[in-house]
Write a protein of this length. Structure first.
Length: 148
């Protein structure tokens, strides 16, 4: 049916493009299909009469096989524990401010922060300009402690 074949250099370029696309996608899937195309490109050097259908079927088949065999081995070596974003360690003084939406924010270190635990400030003390202690910053939110 198809007597033509994909040139070796084209298969190699497709494989390298898939491997490079993995750098941006970070799915850890494209890499294996890229390696399948690269493997078939080198196989095309040994067996140049492979037709286009066999080349594509082998590329996809080898990519799926590589994916099934190696993906879990390589992914298990990567750290998968979520890390909390911490900013400005140590405690600083700040003050409560109302934003345009009527919600409280905390002005500390020259920046307005969303409070992580506004409930530690007693309801009567929640007013604009109220001084508070910011114990730290986690996930871009200010962790508050009332001033004594």
């Amino acid at each position: 049916m198809f007597d033509m074949s994909i040139p070796t250099w084209v298969m190699l370029v497709i494989g390298l493009l898939l491997v490079m696309a993995e750098l941006f996608a970070t799915l850890f899937i494209l890499l294996w299909f890229g390696l399948g195309f690269i493997t078939v490109a080198f196989l095309g050097l040994l067996v140049p009469e492979l037709n286009i259908g066999v080349q594509l079927a082998l590329s996809v088949g080898l990519g799926a096989m590589y994916l099934a065999l190696f993906r879990k081995r390589f992914r298990s070596r990567l750290p998968n524990q979520p890390s909390t974003l911490t900013t400005f360690q140590g405690s600083v003084d700040g003050e409560l401010a109302l934003n345009a939406n009527g919600r409280f924010t905390v002005l500390a270190n020259g920046t307005y922060w969303q409070p992580a635990n506004l409930e530690v400030i007693a309801e009567p003390l929640r007013r604009e300009g109220q001084r508070v202690r910011v114990e730290g910053f986690e996930n871009n939110r200010a962790v508050l402690k009332p001033l004594e």
